[in-house]
Write a protein that binds this ligand. Structure first.
Ligand code: ATP
Ligand code: MG
Length: 416
């Protein structure tokens, strides 16, 4: 029987690779503009990291983690998100001793055992950014500006930025009390997961995807009625910095985000279908994972959802030319010359292809056309004797006669 890929996974096929390269190049380029350096952490971590780092009452920890015992009887979890591992690496490698802030980015697969559906996979990919060591609201705004900048560079238009203030350990408990009072009457109508959240972290109930829970929380009091002066000031300044950059946003007191560690600013960037990017400030996480007390802010952007949005908005991504030159050898010495020349041209950066399939000359020309080769050249006895050949540009059939020994000139014409 044919073996199929596990549910919720997706192959990235060669024909769509150019889109991934396009967005990944933009991630790397814009990260550089913002002084952010790359970090790569393992695919798996000790489960304990996510229990502490993501939070017991989150969907991720309660339902979604790929956790297993390895052969040494350790509890291991495939990374469901990138922040806790980045924080772990920051602490373990003592990066906090360097000049701050530390600005990091990563492009990583993430694993969550979720109900597979459109834009929701069990293995997906994130571009994420974390900035450690600054409590200034300007860095909250910078992180959002960075995300928006990337989306703009990619060419996306139909996305909006929603922000909220989640408060801090001094004001959030008052809100939690008010929320519990409000939810008390409808406790029995909540889903089982939310019942466990009621005592431990009632705010998480606002993020529940169950219809019945959504209905119950519709008119709940909002956090913005309870935030303390310091949090309000931080939020106002963050908004001011966004205004300076002319970045439009909406304050949405309904967003609470899926992770427990957030404090103060949180944000989401979404289209009509789903959230593409989510992030915020998490001033207590570094300390909770065992590092020094240090503020932090960051986000994660879902790459599959980003590419789906790109397709939906009909954005034309420049295709990478796969074959720049197709070399066709006539006769045994022609075939050998094509083999050798293709190899030499590849060495200097030309994408060259030859006949490996024993095709007839006619079939070769058809094939060169089909794969969209930019140029072709035929190497037979005459060409070998004169050491010259006609390089034909497929698009307009223009021919360039060039020396077979002048590789740089061949490259120049082909790359033009
Ligand atoms: P959602 O509310 O859609 O479940 P989330 O709050 O769990 O999202 P985060 O943990 O903040 O999402 O992850 C950041 C981004 O990663 C999301 O905005 C989304 O683009 C992407 N993402 C999250 N889960 C998945 C998934 N299962 N499949 C594909 N992309 C995902
Ligand atoms: Mg989720």
């Amino acid at each position: 029987m044919e073996i199929q890929a596990p549910k919720g996974t997706k192959d990235m096929l060669p024909e769509e690779a150019y889109k991934w390269h396009y967005v990944e190049n933009i991630f790397r380029e814009v990260s550089k503009n913002f002084g952010i350096r790359e970090i790569r952490t393992p695919i798996f971590e000790h489960t304990e990291l996510f229990l502490r780092g993501v939070g017991e009452t989150t969907d991720i920890v309660q339902k979604e983690m790929y956790t297993f015992k390895d052969k040494g009887d350790r509890s291991i979890t495939l990374k469901p998100e990138g922040t806790a591992p980045a924080v772990r690496a920051f602490i373990e490698n003592r990066l906090f001793n360097e000049a701050q802030p530390t600005k990091l980015y990563y492009i990583t697969p993430c694993f969550r055992y979720e109900k597979a559906q459109k834009g929701r996979y069990r293995q997906f990919h994130q571009y994420g950014v974390e900035m450690f060591g600054s409590s200034s609201p300007s860095i909250d705004a910078e992180v959002m500006a960075l995300a928006m900048n990337i989306l703009k560079k990619i060419g996306l238009k139909g996305l909006s930025l929603n922000i909220n203030n989640l408060g801090c350990p001094s004001c959030r408990p008052k809100y939690n009390e008010a929320l519990k009072n409000f939810l008390k009457e409808n406790y029995d109508g909540l889903c089982e997961t939310c019942k466990t959240r009621f005592e431990k972290n009632p705010m998480r109930i606002l993020d529940c995807k169950e219809k019945k829970c959504k209905e119950i929380t519709k008119n709940a009091p909002t956090i913005l009625e309870f935030t303390c002066e310091e949090c309000n000031e931080h939020f106002d300044k963050t908004k001011e910095y966004l205004d300076i950059l002319g970045i439009p946003y909406t304050v949405d007191p309904g967003i609470v985000r899926g992770l427990d560690y957030y404090t103060k600013t949180i944000f989401e960037i979404l289209n009509s279908e789903f959230t593409v990017c989510g992030g915020g400030r998490y001033d207590r996480l570094i300390e909770e994972i065992g590092g020094p007390s240090m503020p932090a802010v960051g986000f994660g952007m879902g790459i599959e959802r980003l590419i789906m949005t790109l397709d939906k908005e009909g954005i034309e991504v420049p295709k990478e030319p796969l074959v720049e030159l197709y070399l066709s050898g006539r006769g045994e010495s022609g075939v050998k010359e094509a083999f050798k020349l293709a190899h030499k041209l590849r060495e200097i950066g030309v994408n060259a292809e030859i006949n490996h399939a024993g095709r007839s000359f006619k079939a070769e020309m058809k094939y060169a056309n089909k794969i969209g080769a930019k140029f072709n050249v035929v190497l037979g006895d005459d060409e070998l004797e004169s050491r010259k050949a006609k390089f034909k540009r497929m698009e307009d059939r223009e021919e360039f006669e060039l020396s077979l020994d002048d590789l740089e000139s061949i490259k120049d014409i082909i790359k033009k």
